[in-house]
Write a protein of this length. Structure first.
Ligand code: ZN
Length: 343
């Protein structure tokens, strides 16, 4: 069975939108016909903003928690992609201004993004103007095209587009494999706006500051600060619970962290972990793990430890206190060993 997710907005007030689910019939083709009929039937005073067809039951319900006035966060599962979580494994932020909404990270599939759109319609009728991606990883970026289909601008680090293009085929094939048929509608989006250094976006009475960082978790990490509430969205520059994953530079990450920890904020939002945490205190366990990896890797290199043995030992004892130590502890050990080998 399929259903149509139909969003209509008033022409006189484009900020007044609503999303409804309609029965779309037994096949995708029938659903597309029904979607067309519904869109055509929209009143002259209204505009059909979007009408994707989704298989019934494949759009997860996405819970948003209000952590400050107008600031909502969805907590993703601590897991890798699978057919049950549909890619809902990373945190997502939603910031509501007077004029429009910004979404910070996009979930790991079109299905998650569709669930998120329905959840956003529960809290506001304002249109989504910006989809900000904190970095390239699939669990944060795969829902972007769906979220932006209504006209939102996709924004990321200046190096995001190249990074996505380089891993596109690999990422899509792997996610298809892990999530299964429900992933079928997902495709990678292309950023509309690249942040070289920093920029601001105005949601109406609410300005978000976006900062592009040097290589750390990845080479395209971006943070978002909402001045009004003092909320700092750190993406995967902050992990809690889920073992931090190094896909850039461990030394770079520690340097970026020094700077971020000096930034006062009323709360931080991690890429993985609770919806809101004390900042900078919450970075403590992650910093300790990264520093342990560095010191153990330096000692191992000094002692001439073979790389295979390093992968199986470095940082593993401290990784055991985290979730998802397997599969990421060995990968981190290898990455750090290779980075520090040439110091
Ligand atoms: Zn990541």
């Amino acid at each position: 069975m399929f259903e149509v997710l139909l969003t209509v907005c008033l022409l006189a007030d484009p900020a007044a939108c609503r999303t409804e689910r309609h029965d779309g019939g037994a096949t995708r083709e029938a659903c597309a016909v029904e979607a067309g009929r519904l869109a055509a039937a929209v009143g002259a005073d209204q505009q059909a903003e979007r009408w994707p067809c989704v298989a019934t039951g494949t759009t997860p319900s996405i819970a948003l928690t209000e952590i400050a006035p107008g600031v909502f966060v969805h907590q993703g599962h601590h897991a890798e992609f699978d057919p049950h979580n549909l890619g809902d494994v990373a945190n997502i932020g939603v910031v509501v201004g007077n004029r429009s909404v910004a979404v910070i990270d996009a979930g790991g599939s079109a299905a998650v993004a569709q669930g998120l759109l329905a959840a956003i319609r529960e809290i506001t009728a304002l249109p989504i103007s910006h989809v900000v991606l904190t970095h390239m990883h699939p669990d944060h970026s795969f829902g972007a095209a769906t979220l932006a289909a209504g006209g939102a601008e996709i924004i990321g680090h200046a190096k995001l587009e190249r990074a996505l293009a380089a891993r596109r085929e690999h990422y899509l094939a792997r996610a298809r494999d892990m999530i299964g048929p429900a992933f079928a509608e997902t495709d990678l989006a292309t950023p509309d706006l690249a942040v070289e250094d920093s920029t601001e976006i105005d949601l109406g009475g609410r300005v978000l500051q976006l900062v592009a960082h040097a290589t750390a978790h990845t080479d395209n990490d971006l943070t978002v600060y909402d001045r009004e509430s003092g909320t700092l969205f750190l993406g995967d520059l902050l992990f809690l619970g889920h073992l931090p994953v190094i896909d850039g530079s461990v030394l770079g990450w520690l340097t970026v962290l020094d700077r971020l920890e000096a930034q006062p904020a009323r709360r931080g939002v991690p890429g993985h972990g609770p919806v809101a945490v004390a900042w900078p205190e919450a970075a403590g366990p992650m910093r300790a793990y990264l520093e342990t990896l560095v010191s153990e890797a330096r000692a191992a290199i000094e002692a001439g430890m073979p790389i295979g043995e390093a992968a199986e030992t470095l940082g593993h004892r401290s990784a055991a206190a985290w979730l998802l130590a397997d599969p990421f502890a060995a990968r981190n050990a290898l990455t750090v060993y290779k980075e520090l080998e040439w110091e």
